[in-house]
Design a protein around this ligand. Structure first.
Ligand SMILES: Nc1ncnc2c1ncn2[C@@H]1O[C@H](COP(=O)(O)OP(=O)(O)OP(=O)(O)O)[C@@H](O)[C@H]1O
Length: 309
């Protein structure tokens, strides 16, 4: 059995309406997602905004209520895990925005020590030493534990978020777009650092992202999501060299290439994908009529249109 196994996961949010606030429908944020992740590896969940990636990550860790499906972790059924569950120690999350995810009114020591206070009974002195060690591990000065988040740069703040996430020596980290709020110049530093500690601390990552360049750098396997569903899954190599689904092809075609030689190949690939899409998009409906209907390939980005009515 794999380290993390997600089986037919569904998370449907009720839509309330009318004067009595009755449930008038559901947003099918995640609608039948299955994947498995091996220990020590990095699995990328990819898709555009609103495709259900964050909801999937939050549901695994128990922050979103699961409508149906099953989550197995390290041989245990953790479906609908409670926040005080002892397994919760082993799975931590790194959030997208290190500006909003760190409480601005708290000192770094209180932010990083928060999970320790929830799960371990340490004396003040022990806690201080642990937080200082964690700061050192993430490359920040142990003396700065009394500072506030605003006294740090974006990259440093994300390192504080990482220190908090690794405080309890977790086995699995769900990293929800951990670098997308950072300057490009800082992104590589944080990503490389995450790879270093992965090996050092024997971590497994579920890496959520929309930037395929980042995903390619980080992930062993990738699942491509669209409107709460999987459209394709494979190794990073397979997805990038031989994407099968038109949606994946379009994501891959949209990656800008800096290398002039590759840029030419990419332009050709884009034209092929555009032609395939235009010729046959009516084929891209699944059994329940979910339309993979997308705007024509643009050079810079892709935006999904509403479902065909
Ligand atoms: N608590 C909620 N209540 C109702 N709808 C929600 C809730 N959380 C998310 N959604 C909806 O579920 C869908 C999937 O959202 P989700 O945040 O998981 O997507 P995402 O792929 O992570 O996008 P992003 O990259 O923008 O975070 C969206 O339509 C979103 O509006």
């Amino acid at each position: 059995m794999a380290f993390l196994e997600v089986e037919d996961l569904k998370v449907h949010f009720p839509i309330k309406g009318g004067i009595f606030g009755r449930t008038v429908g559901h947003v099918k944020a995640v609608d039948g997602v299955s994947f498995s992740l091996e220990k020590g590896k990095t699995y990328g969940l990819v898709g555009e905004s609103g495709s259900g990636k964050t909801t999937t990550g939050r549901a695994i860790i128990g922050l979103n209520k699961i409508t149906s499906g099953k989550v197995m972790f390290d041989g245990r059924d953790i479906t609908g895990m409670k926040s005080k569950s002892d397994v919760r120690k082993d799975i931590q999350m790194i959030f997208q925005d290190p500006y909003s995810s760190l409480n601005a009114k708290k000192r770094v020591i209180d932010i990083v020590a928060e999970p320790l206070r929830n799960f371990e009974k340490l004396s003040k002195k022990e806690e201080r030493i642990r937080v200082q060690e964690l700061m050192e591990l993430v490359g920040l000065s142990p003396e700065s534990i009394l500072k506030y988040p605003h006294e740090f740069s974006g990259g440093q703040r994300q390192r504080i978020g990482i220190a908090r996430a690794i405080a309890l020596k977790p086995k699995l980290i769900i990293a929800d777009e951990p670098v997308s709020a950072l300057d490009v110049s800082v992104q590589a530093q944080v990503l490389n650092f995450m790879q270093d500690i992965q090996e050092e601390l024997d971590l497994t990552y579920l890496f959520i992202g929309h930037d395929l360049g980042v995903i390619k750098h980080m992930c062993d396997n990738i699942g491509i999501m669209y409107k709460g569903r999987y459209v394709e899954e494979g190794t990073t190599e397979e997805i990038f060299t031989n994407p099968q689904h038109i949606y994946t092809k379009r994501l891959v075609a949209a990656i800008p290439d800096i290398d002039p030689k590759k840029r030419q190949e990419q332009t050709q690939f884009r034209q092929e994908v555009k032609a395939e899409y235009e010729q046959s998009y009516n084929d891209y409906f699944d059994d329940e009529g979910l339309a993979y209907q997308l705007q024509p390939v643009s050079d810079t980005h892709l935006v999904a249109l509403p479902e065909k009515g």
